[in-house]
Ligand binder design. Structure first.
Ligand code: IPM
Ligand code: MG
Length: 367
């Protein structure tokens, strides 16, 4: 029996609730496909701060580095917001990304037909939307130096962050973008602010150069402000979007709302050769609804699907999860975030159970 080691980091807020459901689905699908997942749980973010004073301990980092893949739910919450930056829960996430070398973040935003009514946009605008945002994840403003806030002699303060990219960093993420586009509709839109920011002018030049190796992919460039606008004006024009860290953070949240709810979007963060990888929903820890059974576990469940696909080469099993989610939505099951008016929402656990049931009873012949 094949065996994979998965580090499970539920984190804070709704994290533990949604992770529990994703794990149930993973185990059921694993069993069906003859794969044993050895799951090792660890604390991360605020939960780790409470237990040991820091958001990411050496042991948890070691666990993540040694695992075949990492599943993370969400970190952060008001309880830890007054802490120094270096001790905030979010630092754990950033440190994991950096230490694991996860430079490529794939965030698919695909509309589920059954959820068209849940989007704030008109059905004719979003019908058929299928976008992949490829976000650079270990560079740019998030990690550039100098950074910090300093006191000035006159008593005021000065805050600095630096957007830095080197040629190799741009090349490798551009390649991920082109390769992803090649497997899809062969359109890549590189998003920058090359009219103002020098570092993204370099970005544009390097992406164009890499594009020479991908003549079959149609490359376009777009300024980030225009892209934000185009995403709500005519999202169907996009296939794959490749962009730097901060722009990708913002645009992927925006893209998520095309699909009805941020509670639906999974992500994969991949390192070189996908040898290291972390899978997480793109949404946060939603402390306001934590512990109430209101959270939507589907983004985390779909993230487990991405793990099967990218880390374990189990495309059929990944498809099984996607299909189960689709079926559950088609049957009208809704958590509060995606419930149309008049529909009675089900709980986090009920949604998890519904997906498990579909995955168990789907009549596809076993591979
Ligand atoms: C995301 C989140 C994180 C980010 C936060 C929680 C640090 O917003 O994964 O998009 O900014 O990258
Ligand atoms: Mg974000």
């Amino acid at each position: 029996m094949k065996r994979f080691n998965v580090a499970v980091l539920p984190g804070d807020g709704i994290g533990p609730e949604i992770m529990a459901e994703a794990i149930k689905v993973l185990q059921v699908v694993g069993k069906r496909f003859g794969v044993d997942f050895k799951l090792t749980h660890a604390l991360v973010g605020g939960a780790s701060i409470d237990a040991s004073g820091i958001p990411l301990t050496d042991e948890t980092l070691r666990l993540a580095l040694d695992a075949d893949a990492v599943m993370l739910a969400a970190v952060g919450g008001p309880k830890w917001e007054s802490l120094d930056y270096s001790l905030r829960p979010e630092r754990a996430l950033l440190a994991l990304r950096k230490e694991m070398g996860l430079f490529a973040n794939l965030r698919p935003a695909k509309i589920h037909k059954a959820l068209m009514g849940a989007s704030t946009l008109k059905p004719e605008v979003i019908d058929g939307v299928d976008i992949l945002v490829v976000r650079e994840l270990t560079g740019g403003l998030y990690f550039g130096t100098p950074k910090g806030v300093e006191k000035l002699p006159d008593g005021t303060e000065r805050g600095v962050n630096t957007m830095v990219y080197t040629t190799p960093e741009i090349e490798r993420i551009a390649k991920v973008g082109f390769e992803a586009a090649r497997k899809r509709r062969k359109k890549l839109c590189s998003v920058d602010k090359a009219n103002v920011l020098e570092t993204t002018e370099l970005w544009r030049r390097v992406v164009s150069r890499v594009g020479k190796d991908f003549p079959d992919v149609e490359l376009s460039h777009m300024y980030v402000d225009n892209c934000a606008m185009q995403l709500v004006r005519n999202p169907k024009q996009f296939d794959v979007i490749v962009t730097e860290n901060t722009f990708g953070d913002i645009l992927s949240d925006e893209a998520s709302m095309l699909t009805g709810s941020i509670g639906m979007l999974p992500s994969a963060s991949l390192g070189v050769d996908s040898r290291r990888a972390m899978y997480e929903p793109i949404h946060g820890s939603a402390p306001d609804i934590a512990g109430k059974g209101l959270a939507n576990p589907l983004a985390t469940i779909l993230s487990a699907g991405m793990m099967l696909n990218y880390s374990f080469d189990m495309q059929d099993a990944a498809m099984e999860i996607e299909k189960a989610v689709e079926a559950v939505l088609n049957k009208g099951f809704r958590t509060a975030d995606i419930a149309e008016q008049g529909v009675k929402p089900i709980s986090t656990a009920q949604m998890g159970e519904a997906v498990v049931k579909e995955a168990l009873h789907s009549h596809r012949t076993k591979p």
